[in-house]
Design a protein around this ligand. Structure first.
Ligand code: ATP
Ligand code: MG
Ligand code: FE
Length: 345
């Protein structure tokens, strides 16, 4: 099977053609980093307009490069949420128009499901169930992935997401936007033990994450003028990593054993975090898998892949979505998960 994927939920406009043999036949990604950088974060209105300008010609280009005619696709998959609603609507409405014009099924994909299944696009050896650390700009969750469409949330953040913590730290330290890669780069030159920083919720009897207190501590450390910026970056990254490992240990101790630990989402691009997770997996005799960097941050190949997974999964309801389907700014992967205080869900 072959699927056209469209992603527009945040500040990447992306289009990809992927087949069930895990081949990315063609893809394009347009990042809006430069447009948002002056504001230090994503401006929803600017994002939506940029998606509207870029998307149609990108679809045209990717289709031409793939050499596959629209009616020959098995589905058109687009992110339908969660995310910035203006951007999501641009992608979803475009996909509906293409689906209608070519009589190909529409698949409305949850952006988080795209991240959650992305490791399987890169690595055919990952079988269900697996333990997933989903760490991105808007989310920080531990999920037990039982199968396509079956996600059990074991932990989430009660305040900031991990990517958000990296972005805010970068802003405090004057490293610009987007912050994750800049903090990681600078951290390599710093001493991770130089600045005493808290590990919020480490050792807690609840499973969740918290990063707001860490960010405030970073701000105080910076304002004190006592520390080199590289030392703060390195110490922040170490503290964040320690929290992640501690929370994963908690979840691992309380869930049925799984063979594989997987990380996905933009922060999965962080090499220090990948290494820490690899060691954790080794200690637990688990296999560890992380997608290549280009599949960690937002892309359309993971959306097309989530569509392919749905086509291959059991159950008819999975195979197409109605053309009157609404975009969803919020859309939890596990609808049964208990809400927690703060923004996390
Ligand atoms: P969500 O997926 O929750 O809707 P999003 O789509 O904006 O949010 P992603 O594109 O998956 O998020 O990830 C972007 C985030 O990843 C940003 O917060 C960015 O700072 C972070 N990030 C990217 N590269 C790195 C890195 N090397 N180290 C740490 N963080 C990183
Ligand atoms: Mg982005
Ligand atoms: Fe994302």
């Amino acid at each position: 099977a072959v699927v056209l994927g469209i992603e527009s939920s945040c500040d990447e406009t992306a289009v990809a053609v992927v087949d069930s043999d895990r081949r990315i036949i063609a893809q394009r990604i347009a990042s809006q980093d430069a447009a948002h950088a002056p504001y230090g974060g994503v401006v929803p209105e600017i994002a939506a307009r940029a998606h509207a300008e870029k998307l149609a010609p990108m679809i045209e280009g990717v289709l031409a490069e793939s050499g596959i005619a629209l009616p020959d696709f098995d589905a058109i998959a687009a992110t339908a949420g969660p995310g910035l609603i203006g951007g999501v609507m641009v992608g979803l409405v475009s996909a509906k128009a293409l689906a209608m014009a070519s009589d190909v099924p529409l698949l409305a994909v949850n952006h988080l499901e795209g991240h959650a299944l992305s490791p399987r696009l890169a690595d055919a050896g990952i079988a269900f169930p697996y333990l997933l650390l989903l760490v991105s700009g808007g989310h920080c969750q531990i999920l037990r992935v039982e199968g396509v469409g079956r996600y059990r949330r074991l932990a989430t953040t009660i305040d900031d997401a991990l990517g958000e913590a990296f972005d805010k730290t970068a802003k405090i330290l004057g490293l610009g936007y987007p912050g994750g890669p800049a903090v990681e780069r600078l951290a390599r030159e710093g001493n991770a033990a130089a600045v005493p920083l808290p590990r919020p919720l480490a050792g807690s009897k609840e499973p969740h994450f918290s990063f707001a207190g860490l960010k405030s501590a970073v701000m105080r450390a910076h304002e004190s003028g006592e520390h080199a910026v590289a030392d703060i970056a390195a110490s922040f990254q170490q503290a964040a990593m320690d929290c992640v490992v501690d929370r994963l240990e908690y979840s691992l101790a309380r869930t049925d054993p799984v063979a594989t630990l997987v990380v996905a989402g933009g922060v999965a691009a962080n090499q220090a975090i990948r290494t820490a997770l690899e060691r954790l997996a080794e200690r637990h005799d688990m296999r560890f898998s992380a997608p290549p960097l280009a599949l960690c941050t937002d892309n359309a190949a993971m959306i097309a892949w989530a569509g392919l997974e749905r086509l291959a999964a059991e159950g008819d309801a999975f195979r197409s979505d109605p053309l009157d389907l609404a975009a969803r700014p919020r859309w939890p992967l596990d609808p049964e998960a208990e809400p927690v205080r703060g923004a996390g869900y």
